[in-house]
Ligand binder design. Structure first.
Ligand code: HEM
Length: 448
């Protein structure tokens, strides 16, 4: 792919920015080559001057990364994207040692130049760096809403929505995907904004999905030079070839509807005095959250959106995987069904029954292990030079936990591709995947 197409300009012209980028790349390449030679970095596929992009498949990168880890007999491998290295942690021991035990230096996030900095979205909860004072405020607030005690307040809502889901599945089973989607979004929209989703074609849900599409445009790996040469963020927007800046700004503005539209709806309901309790209504009069009203609004907007972004698709994904596995394993479905019938005698399960359903619990763990929702988690960034097993981990390296590789580690889960809840029953149980499928350290999923 040429420079021109990467920067979204006419494919026929070479712009001054292209020339600058080529010159800069050449000079940089020599420096990078020398740097790589001189440092003791973990192994990985041999990189060209432009890195390992050609080694990484377009889909299911996690499988390729695990193969590299096996090939180089090292759970920690190094992949280059031009001048920037990414370290991939492919087993639980390495991930927990670095990301959990050394979490004070491994919990930041790398900068996303297009989707974050240039789109004006660096205060997004998922992207916040640990040095940003917002990081602590967000984590505390999310924990207050989602800790094991606090979530008991959502039980009645979950039961009502579960009944709606079951009715939908009974009436139109072929539409199971739409029912599952409606269920996940209805719970989270109610928790975040007190908003009742009434149909599968909902205005807020459409905004969420539209934003995911735009985020996909800005996050396309290898598409924008500024991700590899951050200095390009300073080029003036009028310079030919700098269209990427305008693109990021415009899409960023469009994406901000995600935080603003449902938030404004929730606050207008509170002002009108007729509202369902929610994350927004609980905190809107909280005077300790920030020193100014504007700052407080901004914090609430980003946190409510994080509930919605973090809690929607993940839940849909787990439930969809569950349906696939039940269809493929009627024997396991039958066994779970028998347990439910014998414990509940025809009643609907509630949260209190969970401890009496060991087979069902084992099945849930096995669904999360077999098809982890976030196979590569969300990248972390290390904030100072560190050493592990004799390797240098330079400051600012992007660190990726290969959750899929941990869940398919043959030494921990024999026959890892086989779906088998019995792994988590009886004596000699295999490792609980809840230890890693929700991420690590100070960044662990607050929705766990
Ligand atoms: C099965 C369901 C879910 C799975 C497997 C899952 C998994 C994850 C993972 C792997 C991360 C990245 C952690 C890291 O960086 O180490 C994450 C982050 C996050 N999740 Fe979840 N998640 C799930 C459900 C939820 C729910 C229901 C919510 C909210 C209600 C939520 C909110 C978040 C937020 C806000 C973050 C960002 C945390 C930060 O950057 O500090 N997640 N999740």
């Amino acid at each position: 792919m040429g420079l021109v197409s990467l920067l979204h300009t006419s494919p026929m012209s070479v712009t001054p920015l292209d020339a600058f980028a080529v010159g800069f790349c050449t000079l940089f390449a020599v420096g990078v080559w020398r740097y790589r030679k001189s440092r003791r970095l973990p192994p990985g596929p041999p990189a060209t001057l432009l890195g390992n992009a050609h080694h990484i498949p377009r889909t299911e990168h996690w499988i390729a990364f695990k193969k590299f880890a096996d090939q180089y007999a090292s759970p920690m491998i190094c992949i280059w994207m031009f001048n920037a290295e990414t370290f991939i942690l492919n087993d639980y021991l390495t991930a927990t040692t670095l990301l959990d035990h050394r979490s004070s230096i491994y919990s930041s996030r790398p900068t996303a130049w297009m989707a974050g900095y240039l789109a004006g979205r660096t205060d997004n909860v998922f992207a916040t760096k640990t040095a940003n004072p917002r990081f602590k405020v967000y984590r505390t607030l999310l924990h207050k809403t989602l800790n094991p005690r606090a979530i008991q307040a959502f039980r009645a809502l979950q039961i009502t929505e579960c009944q709606t889901l079951l009715r939908g599945l009974l009436e139109t089973p072929d539409d199971f995907m739409a029912h599952v989607r409606r269920n996940a979004i209805a719970v989270i929209m109610n928790v975040a904004y007190g908003y009742q989703v009434n149909s599968n074609d909902d205005k807020f849900v459409n905004i969420l999905e539209g934003t995911f599409r735009l985020a996909g445009v800005l996050n396309s790996p290898g598409r924008y030079w500024v991700e590899f040469l951050p200095i390009l963020r300073y080029v003036p927007e009028w310079l030919p070839g700098a269209g990427f800046k305008k693109l990021a700004r415009n899409l960023g503005k469009e994406m901000s509807r995600l935080e603003n539209v449902p938030y404004n709806w929730a606050t207008s309901q509170v002002s009108a005095g007729s509202y369902n309790e929610s994350f927004v209504s609980d905190h809107i009069h909280d005077t300790e959250l920030a020193t100014t009203e504007e700052e407080k609004e901004d914090i609430l907007k980003w946190c409510a959106a994080a509930l919605y972004i973090g809690g929607g698709d993940t839940t849909v994904s787990v439930m969809t995987t569950f349906f696939l596995l039940m269809a493929r394993h009627p024997d396991i479905q039958e066994q779970a069904r028998k347990e439910i019938d014998s414990v509940l005698g025809g009643d609907m399960a509630t949260h209190n029954d969970r401890t009496s359903l060991p087979y069902v619990n084992a099945m849930i763990k096995e669904v999360l292990r077999w098809g982890p929702v976030a196979p590569l988690g969300v990248p972390h960034q290390v904030t100072q030079d560190d050493y592990y097993n004799g390797y240098l981990i330079p400051k600012n390296t992007r660190i990726v936990a290969n959750i899929w590789a941990m869940a398919h580690d043959e030494n921990v889960y024999p026959n890892p591709n086989v779906f088998d809840p019995a792994r988590f029953l009886g004596e000699d149980q295999q490792m609980d995947p809840m230890k890693f499928v929700f991420g690590f350290g100070r960044r662990i999923c607050p929705g766990k």
